[in-house]
Ligand binder design. Structure first.
Ligand code: NDP
Length: 309
């Protein structure tokens, strides 16, 4: 692309936080650039159905919702760039961000909306068989497990949602949780127990994922100090997410969990002119609607900052 010059607001990330921020920023009359990042549309791109985003009577698919947000932003005059920011310099203004493409972006204000990515267990089989039976996305890979035995690891909403989704394809689904109580919402738990294809394994630790060299065949588990082996064809890891903040190390304050620290309910980070919205700042309320709301807050904060620039 041609040199974008110095824009008013540069938004890093294109999930609900990034798009919502861009819509508000453009409507405030600010020149607005969104750097789409490694997964344009963010986590909702790999979410099958969303039924708690207000405004939709029937469940809406994640990709369709994100496509609508993108088109809405485009209609408002937001410029989208298909690039990934690899490093930033927030030490002086205008701020500078360096893209994987080699482009150097300059802006008067920044909104960080880089979200979070899936966590892994850190066991050898997970690396060995990733893409050969091990996945962190049922919506992406569930289709490949038609009439197969699969396992989902985790006890939160993501794990339950993935287990339910996988019953559409798989012969059977084991949900393996390390405790005896799920973290998932009650309604999700009710759906889970009503589904005859799902077996719940409580108080169970995944020791390793075993295979025949080319694909997953078995899970090595530990329950009550005993080793248990279960045959599986696929394993879906759903144990939470890690905020995408590595590129901001040393540039602004980040907490022990890796989340960008903001000032109360505002989006202000430790660097004046840099704001944060969505899962990157938020470990407790990781919902699309919250991210969209925080995107709005960030755009209002950035607009206010630029008015006093
Ligand atoms: P959560 O952090 O809620 O849950 C992670 C789960 O993984 C927990 O049950 C945790 O166990 C388990 N876990 C974590 N680390 C390990 C490990 N090393 N070994 C074994 N198990 C582990 O993450 P989710 O991704 O499920 O959800 C994140 C947020 O997103 C939540 O706020 C959730 O409500 C929201 N969400 C909402 C959806 C919706 O509204 N449709 C859909 C999906 C997610 P333990 O419980 O013991 O800590």
């Amino acid at each position: 692309m041609a040199d974008p010059g110095i824009v008013d607001i540069l938004i890093i990330g294109s999930g609900p936080a990034g798009y919502s921020a861009s819509i508000y920023a453009a409507r405030a009359g600010r020149s607005t650039l969104v750097i789409l990042g490694p997964q344009p549309g963010g986590q909702l791109i790999i979410t099958s159905f969303i039924e708690n985003y207000p405004g939709f009577v029937d469940p809406i698919s994640g990709p369709i919702l994100m496509d609508q947000m993108s088109k809405q932003a485009e209609k408002m005059g937001v410029t989208m760039v298909n690039d990934v920011i690899r490093s930033v310099d927030f030490s002086s203004r205008p701020f500078v961000c360096y893209g994987e493409s080699g482009i150097r972006y300059e802006s008067k204000a920044i909104i960080i909306a880089t979200g979070a990515t899936a966590k892994w267990l850190g066991i050898p089989g997970e690396v060995r068989y990733r893409g050969a039976g091990v996945s962190a996305c049922a919506t992406c890979d569930g289709f490949f497990f038609r009439d197969k035995k699969v396992a989902v690891i985790g006890g939160g909403n993501t794990a339950v949602e993935e287990a339910l989704y996988l019953t559409k394809f798989a012969e059977s689904v084991m949900l393996i949780h390390r405790r005896n109580e799920l973290r998932a919402e009650k309604i999700m738990q009710i759906r889970l127990s009503a589904n005859p294809k799902i077996e719940l394994l409580w108080n169970t630790k995944v020791v390793d994922i075993l295979g025949n060299g080319s694909k997953v065949t078995e899970l090595l588990l530990e329950r009550d100090g005993e080793e248990v082996r279960r045959a599986v064809d696929g394993v879906f890891i759903a144990i939470g997410h890690q905020p995408a903040t590595t590129i901001f190390d040393g540039q602004l304050l980040i907490n022990a969990g890796g989340y960008v620290i903001v000032d109360g309910v505002s989006s202000r980070t430790s660097v004046p002119g840099v704001f944060a919205a969505g899962d990157v700042r938020n470990s407790d309320y990781r919902q699309a609607i919250v991210s969209a709301g925080q995107g709005c807050i960030a755009a209002i904060d950035a607009d206010g900052f630029l008015s006093n620039f």
